[in-house]
Design a protein around this ligand. Structure first.
Ligand SMILES: [Fe+2]
Ligand SMILES: [Fe+2]
Length: 284
């Protein structure tokens, strides 16, 4: 099973409709003009459909932040982009996809993105999905993104979601391994305004559930591969951001019953691997 983990595409459309700007979106637009516009390049995305085909990718995990201010035009562009990929796909929203209270309340993200239904739970209704993705491997996808006040991009691992996650883990055969897929990391970030609220509760589940072998996230726009097993935590993969100039990245993951090999790709006039790591597990 060959998987791509990619996140934070941030398709952007600017609107001058004052009704659309009476929200956090005004700040999002200013942020785009003064920062992101010069830091982002969408050119590297054009190569991805053919490259993923050449690499024989089976499954693409889209880790959220498809949009910048959750405008319909941005969802449409993101949706058109991901439709170019014939591979199976699982998509979760990021904070930019639930950017305004209205987009969150009316679940705009889910009008454009839905995953194959493989369990009674759906991200749209339960903020959680379970996907059997390979022999002996399950993936649990979470929606922890929330609309927030203008200067915050915090998410929430709610008490309700905590209970659902514990229940979901009980459903998965004990001999199977689990990948947890969430837009947010579970650790403290440089700016606390970007943290996941109740991240300690999520971390406790990770510490108490050795069955969870990989934790996949985005949101930081900083690539990372960290083996946290000495701390009773999973291996952590941050795919970074594929449109961030000078540090555009994503991960290729080869998953076997007892091993996983991670090849990190970055952009240097074309996409090339820059780091490879292999992880082994003992099955009891
Ligand atoms: Fe992002
Ligand atoms: Fe984010």
């Amino acid at each position: 099973m060959r998987i791509v983990q990619i996140s934070d595409l941030h398709f952007t459309h600017l609107t001058w409709n004052p009704l659309r700007l009476l929200s956090k979106r005004l700040l999002g637009h200013l942020n785009w003009f003064f920062s992101r516009k010069t830091n982002f390049s969408y050119e590297p995305l054009k190569e991805l459909p053919s490259l993923f085909q050449e690499l024989n990718v089976d499954l693409i995990l889209w880790g959220g932040d498809f949009t910048t201010t959750a405008l319909f035009k941005e969802y449409e562009e993101a949706s058109r982009f991901i439709q170019q990929f014939p591979q199976k796909a699982i998509a979760i929203p990021g904070n930019h996809d639930h950017y305004t209270y209205r987009s969150f309340r009316e679940k705009h993200f889910y009008q454009f993105f839905s995953n194959p239904q493989t369990s009674p739970f759906t991200l749209k209704e339960h903020s959680l999905e379970i996907h059997p993705i390979a022999p002996h491997w399950h993936l649990i996808a979470l929606d922890t993104a929330r609309p927030t006040p203008p200067t915050s991009s915090r998410g929430l691992f709610s008490e309700t979601l905590e209970e659902k996650l514990k229940h979901a883990l009980e459903q998965i055969p004990k001999e199977n391994f689990v990948i947890l897929f969430n837009h947010y990391p579970f650790f403290e970030q440089e700016h606390s305004s970007r943290n996941l609220d109740r991240k300690e509760a999520l971390r406790k589940i990770l510490e108490e559930t050795p069955q969870i072998r990989l934790y996949l996230h985005g949101h930081t726009h900083r690539h990372a591969v960290a083996d946290l097993r000495p701390n009773q935590l999973p291996i952590l993969l941050d795919s970074g951001c594929p449109v961030q100039k000078q540090k555009a990245t994503w991960n290729l993951i080869d998953l076997l019953p007892d091993t996983c090999e991670v090849s990190a790709y970055h952009w240097e006039d074309s996409w090339c691997p820059f780091r490879k790591e292999k992880f082994l597990w003992q099955r009891s």
